[in-house]
Design a protein around this ligand. Structure first.
Ligand code: NAP
Length: 430
């Protein structure tokens, strides 16, 4: 139903992102009014702690009562920037049921509940928009929903967690170990006091679930995505990878293969000249491979108040168009059946680092185990030798092999007397 007068926007959350949204909506009020032909009016700012000092843009709008927003028929658009699953999910659901458009930056809610929320929105004739949930200021949701719609998307490869990319970049450039690089990231405010969600790959998994569902138009849930974090990477792996011409990144990868969708988040060796290998520090990038466009790369700041505000306000302006009675959003619903390919059937190359005794006959035993598992070796390099311990380190690069074969070969290697330690194994992509 078309509406006259200002379009009213309520904020749920007024922290890093909500504060930025309030500030920019205030400072650029005239520009946005010109674009829309109507004023955009901020009506409420829901927070948890009313005693905190607030910027002037929101100070007069503060409330701690969600119903002040959800039951106010004059609120047209709810911007959810609280974060976390609850109470955000409950508020979003209630807002949609009340016929309000919703803009959210919440990756967890969208990764777990987009199917339900998108269909609820459609039933109520409103939009739920979530550009800011992946990649902060990088436009990626709208391109997948709209601009790439004529394509069949074949794969998404992404660096979508700034914290881990910062840590890995420091490990690679400074030869730092994981603990020191994490400490440095925490001191600079790039990692949280409790970094588990980032370093264990959970945050990247939420974002990949959103991107994969949209790209392949089927529902890919976070639990469908294999996940490995970055905590077992060592400075040595970076040194050896670099000598071999590779960078190490926390890669979020989803692709269509025979039999369905393969989706995984894990550290990977990428050739140094691959576009994603050059994405350093807190930057994010998403590489899309599609049948008509070929490779397209989106990159930029994956977080931060203003970049994220940019994505949120673009969605607010879109929703405001719908409020005014203009065009409707393309929802990006997930209508195809989902088939997730089992982990064991993935085909990848591997980097394996082993500690072995420095004496003859060792290599023969190791190559036999790999040969028995039908894994062919592309190179073996003997690295550092520890003269006192009489041990050496071997770095083995393999050709493509099924994951299941590699896992059983690793078990067999572990049983060999001549393998003192499997230092690490990392998949190689690209
Ligand atoms: N920060 C980024 O760079 C970035 C980038 C992309 C996406 N996001 C997403 O944006 C969302 C918000 O992130 P943020 O960094 O802005 O978080 P934040 O700075 O912690 O702000 C959260 C806001 O929500 C309020 N809040 C928390 N729990 C609440 C509750 N139970 N009821 C009512 N209000 C509550 C807080 O109130 P008080 O002010 O009273 O504490 C605060 O205003 C998250 O989903 C996040 O993942 C953030």
């Amino acid at each position: 139903v078309a509406k006259n007068g200002p379009v009213r926007v309520a904020l749920m959350g007024a922290g890093v992102v909500g504060g930025g949204v309030a500030r920019i909506l205030t400072e650029k009020r005239a520009v946005y009014e010109q674009q829309l032909g109507r004023p955009l009016l901020l009506s409420h700012a829901l927070v948890r702690d009313p005693s905190k000092p607030r910027a002037p843009y929101v100070a007069d709008l503060i409330t701690t009562d969600p119903d002040a927003i959800l039951s106010d028929p004059d609120v047209d658009i709810v911007v959810e920037v609280i974060g976390g699953e609850e109470p955000a999910l409950r508020y979003i659901t209630q807002a949609l049921k009340a016929g309000k458009h919703v803009v959210t930056a919440n990756k967890e809610v969208m990764a777990k509940h987009s199917q339900h929320l998108l269909s609820l929105a459609r039933d109520r004739g409103v939009d739920i928009l979530y550009e800011a949930s992946v990649g902060g200021g990088i436009p990626i949701i709208a391109p997948l929903k709209r601009d790439l719609l004529a394509n069949e998307i074949e794969s998404i490869s992404a660096i979508i967690n700034g914290t881990t990319n910062y840590i890995l970049t420091a490990m690679s450039r400074e030869g730092a170990d994981f603990a020191n690089a994490l400490k440095q990231a925490q001191e600079l405010g790039y990692a949280e006091a409790n970094p588990a969600n980032d370093v264990e790959g959970e945050d990247a998994r939420f974002k990949l679930a959103i991107l994969a569902s949209l790209s392949f138009r089927c529902q890919v849930r976070p639990e469908d995505i294999y996940r490995e974090g970055i905590t077992r990477l060592s400075a040595r792996d970076f040194r050896y990878a670099s000598e071999l011409g590779y960078a190490i990144k926390l890669l979020a990868l989803a692709k269509q293969v025979e039999g369905g969708v393969q989706a995984r988040v894990h550290p990977a060796l990428l050739p140094q000249d691959a576009p994603l290998a050059k994405v350093d520090g807190v930057l994010n990038a998403v590489q899309v491979e599609a049948d008509l466009t070929g490779l397209v790369l989106f990159s930029g700041p994956g977080a931060g108040s203003f970049p994220t505000t940019s994505a949120v306000i673009a969605d607010v302006l879109d929703a405001a168009q719908s409020v005014i009675g203009g065009r409707r959003e393309i929802h990006g619903e997930t209508k195809r059946p989902t088939s997730i390919v089992p982990v064991g059937s993935w085909l990848t190359r591997f980097y394996i680092r082993l500690t072995v005794p420095d004496r003859p006959g060792v290599l023969a035993q190791i190559t036999r185990v790999l040969g028995d598992a039908q894994i062919s070796i592309s190179s073996i390099i003997q690295k550092e030798t520890d003269l006192d311990a009489k041990t050496a380190e071997l770095v083995i690069m393999t050709h493509e092999a099924p994951e299941a074969s590699m896992q059983s070969a690793l078990e067999e290697l572990d049983k060999l007397d001549v393998v003192q330690e499997i230092g690490n194994f990392i998949r190689v992509e690209g």
